[in-house]
Design a protein around this ligand. Structure first.
Ligand code: BTN
Length: 357
């Protein structure tokens, strides 16, 4: 599986370097830069995390050596073990293949590139879960996980997300936004605006239903599930899970009343990758605008909202309320007016729109 190849890729690079010569951390870093002709600085933290993991797995070990620069002092060199050598023999490794994946090790940029590190799987439980695992290994921002099918695809409020193998887009985008929790909803807006803009290019009449649904002709064509890890009110990472029904015929499924697909709307099969490429291109744009402080995604969500101006039903703690939607506030909250005229600001954690709104 390509995902596994990429995961082991950094380890292979390091093993192939250490096979030639024992080296200390910084030398390994320099060597990778030289071999790949990469002008960008390598991300040290990722390298050291990888070295630590490899040592634990007994693929490499540390040895104390004197070198010229330490003036007789000893420094820790990494050395390949026999287990490491065995592993290297099993993996046919070619430096020419590195370009696509070397971003695994490059340092933080002030912008994020989203099409350099795409990892695809045949079948997974959930692409969001795979993303979570890869984050633990230090995968860089901008990595995208895609799968042909999911056995446990999930949506908001733990709802099941269904798919038909190879027919839809199931993807998770990894970002490290370093923003406060209060701007977390912006990431959902970035995703919604990206899906909206991408699908609009396929001549569909697309609308965004706050907070995380994209509709065509009143039926859901795409759902977004953003999962984050937060420390001291700062978002460490966000996994932006996006499902888009592309070629699935939903008419014979349990979701036929509420869902649709590009195929169902156009009667034409379409190349999944073409749609995926568009979504990534748009996400690249809206996310980087968000990093620059431009709220373009919010404007797209407002201008193409399915619910602004309408009377809707809200479900809060199992109670149903009827309110009129006035706007989406700058912080992403839904601005609604109660029947008695009072205005309320609702966050997406508090409410769900009743399916029969
Ligand atoms: C929703 O509508 O509630 C959100 C649905 C999100 C589905 C996508 S498919 C790819 C990613 N992996 C998951 O398990 N869920 C998201």
């Amino acid at each position: 599986m390509k995902g596994d190849i990429i995961r082991g890729h950094t380890e292979n690079i390091i093993l192939s370097i250490l096979k030639e010569k024992d080296m200390y951390g910084y030398q390994i870093l320099e060597m990778i830069s030289n071999k790949t002709n990469h002008e960008l600085e390598l991300k040290k933290i990722t390298l050291y995390k990888t070295l630590e993991r490899m040592e634990k797995n007994e693929l490499i070990e540390q040895t104390l050596k004197v070198d010229k620069t330490t003036n007789g002092g000893k420094r820790k060199y990494y050395k390949i073990t026999s287990k490491g050598l065995d592993l290297l023999k099993q993996n046919i490794y070619n430096w020419n293949n590195t370009k696509e994946i070397i971003s695994y090790l490059i340092s933080d940029l002030d912008y994020v590139v989203f099409d350099k590190n795409l990892i695809s799987y045949d079948e997974v439980k959930s692409t969001n879960d795979i993303a979570k695992e890869l984050i633990k290994e230090g995968i860089p921002e901008g990595t995208i996980i895609v799968a042909k099918s999911q056995t446990k695809g999930r949506g908001r409020l733990n709802r099941h997300w269904i798919d038909e193998k190879g027919k839809n887009i199931l993807m998770s985008i990894i970002v490290y936004p370093k923003t406060s929790l209060s701007s977390f909803s912006k990431i959902t807006q970035v995703a919604a605006a990206s899906v909206f803009s991408a699908l609009s290019e396929f001549e569909l009449n697309v609308k965004i239903k706050w907070p995380n649904d994209v509709l065509v002709n009143n039926k859901k064509i795409s759902g977004i599930l953003v999962e984050t890890s937060v420390d001291n009110d700062c978002v460490n990472y966000a996994i932006v899970g996006i499902g888009i029904n592309v070629n699935m015929d939903v008419r014979d499924t349990e979701i036929s009343n509420i869902a649709t697909s590009i195929f169902n709307e156009t009667n034409k099969e379409i190349d999944n990758d073409k749609v995926l490429k568009k979504v990534i291109e748009k996400f690249n744009y809206y996310y980087n605008e968000f990093l620059k402080g431009n709220d373009l995604a919010l404007s797209v969500c407002r201008e193409n909202s399915h619910i602004i101006g309408k009377l809707i039903k809200l479900e809060i703690n199992n109670d149903i309320y009827k309110v009129r939607v006035k706007d989406i506030a700058d912080d992403g909250k839904l601005v609604v007016q109660n029947p008695n005229g009072t205005i309320e600001y609702l966050s997406l954690n508090e409410v769900s729109l009743h399916s029969n709104y």
